[in-house]
Design a binder for this molecule. Structure first.
Ligand SMILES: [Zn+2]
Length: 455
């Protein structure tokens, strides 16, 4: 109990519950750090509305298990779009019995893949009907209470492939602090927050005191499995199961590196342009985001039912209007859109999801690890965020994989996101990759400057 109470007061120091992002207030309480891109989950829910039941049983099967079913020469052909190509899984007769057989075939494949990941990476997956945690329910006064127990389901094959792709690039952040166990992945059958669907949450401690990731019921629906599949379909960039999982696993990296402690979070937050300040009235910590000049911004709301707005502020956190005069209310302050803040920022966020330093850092971490293209993009668009993530990542790798007698890292992360021995050749590959990306970025800047001159 005591621990719960401590965490609640900690959470209130960090952020307040809001209508559009209620997770932000509650997140630290259970040790969960985020609810990635909450708007998206709602959109997907809307998209599904109005679609009647599919009469074709094979299509129903495909929808239920998130795989493709086609019919060819009297056979059902079951396949997945994974790692950039169509992977045929098995065939059965194109009959009801064929579908029953398919259930069994698929269960075997799920079990195999799951066992493979559990054995090799010490991770674990929820089972059908397993207790997860009691649901959060918002009361009319914007406080929260616990509701009924949320149950889990077993993972789908598509989800296992997406998680596998993320795990291949996420090491060693898939482990708990002492390295004895890997993360546990839960697939929820009810949303963690009542009437507030999200995609996924990172949880510092599940019911068995293990770091975990909760996927909300629609969190993985209609998503490409990996970034290669997103690329192949020509849409959904950074919206694959792989990317979502990579973001969440990076929160475990933060947890492993001690972000629960204020000084660690402060150190990395400052590297990417965030400053803490204490509200003189409530003693809450507010995060202030630095602009390129002496301009400062932070997110605030007048009451918990209002949307949170980006506002100009002073270094003590006081909101200011467009004349630089301090004001009490968000409605009187100079407000900015998220896009405007992204352009004004001293350290540019690498995606639109930068509600606080924890999330901005995790998005950078995700792009750093996904593949060489997203890593190059991060280095081009936000070199300071890239550097901070790289330092964080290497410190974590060293913690788990050690250093040699000269304090040289035993392992480094390659441009594609995998870990490799810190040999001269591998280190050179990384150096050359970074040099090439920087040269390309500099050339682009030069062209831009030339264009501007002409105008
Ligand atoms: Zn997050």
């Amino acid at each position: 109990m005591l621990e719960t109470i401590t965490r609640i007061s900690e959470s209130q120091k960090i952020c307040t519950a809001t209508k559009d992002e209620p997770h932000l207030g509650k997140l630290q309480e259970d040790g969960l750090l985020c609810n990635l891109r909450p708007g998206e989950a709602k959109e997907e829910k809307e998209k599904d509305k109005g679609k009647g039941p599919t009469p074709d049983p094979s299509a129903e099967f495909g929808k239920k298990h998130a795989l493709d079913v086609t019919t060819s020469n009297g056979k059902y052909v079951f396949s997945l779009k994974v790692n950039g190509s169509d992977k045929e899984l098995f065939k059965t007769d194109a009959t009801q019995k064929g579908l029953d057989d398919a259930e069994k075939e698929l269960a075997k494949l799920v079990e195999e893949k799951q066992k493979d990941l559990e054995t090799n990476l010490k991770v674990e997956f929820s089972t059908a009907g397993e207790d997860v945690i009691k649901q959060w329910i918002e009361k009319p006064d914007c406080t929260w209470e616990r509701g009924p127990m949320v149950k889990a389901r077993a993972p789908r094959l598509a989800e296992l492939y997406g998680i596998e792709a993320a795990l291949n690039k996420a090491q060693p952040s898939h482990l708990n602090k002492d390295g004895s166990k890997g993360l546990k992945f839960y697939f929820l059958t009810e949303t963690y927050y009542k009437n507030d669907p999200a995609l996924a949450y990172f949880i510092r401690e599940d019911k068995d005191k293990r770091p975990a990731i909760y996927f909300d019921p629609n969190g993985t629906n209609n998503k490409p499995i990996t970034e290669a599949d997103a690329k192949r379909s020509g849409k959904n960039y950074l919206n694959s199961i792989e990317a979502l999982t990579q973001h969440e696993i990076f929160h475990n990296a933060q947890h492993n590196m001690g972000w629960d402690k204020y000084d660690v979070k402060d150190r990395f937050a400052r590297m990417i342009g965030w400053l803490p300040c204490e509200d003189p009235k409530t003693h809450e910590t507010k995060w202030i985001f630095k602009g390129k000049k002496d301009d400062l911004y932070r997110r605030e709301q007048d009451n918990c039912k209002d949307p949170i707005k980006w506002c100009a502020c002073h270094s003590g956190g006081e909101l200011v209007n467009d004349k630089g005069k301090e004001v009490d209310k968000v409605k009187d302050a100079q407000q900015f859109t998220r896009d405007a803040i992204q352009d004004l920022a001293l350290v540019r966020p690498s995606t639109w999801y930068f509600v606080n330093p924890v999330e901005m850092f995790a998005e950078g971490g995700m792009k750093y690890r996904l593949n060489d293209e997203t890593r190059a993009e991060l280095l081009t668009e936000s070199p300071k965020l890239y550097d901070a993530v790289k330092i964080h990542d290497q410190e974590e790798i060293d913690k788990y994989r050690g250093v040699d007698g000269q304090a040289r890292s035993n392992f480094i992360r390659m441009p594609d996101g995998t870990l490799a021995k810190n040999s001269g050749e591998n280190a050179k590959t990384v150096q050359e990759f970074e040099a090439k990306v920087k040269a390309r970025a500099a050339e682009k800047e030069k062209q831009k400057a030339k264009q501007a001159e002409k105008k």
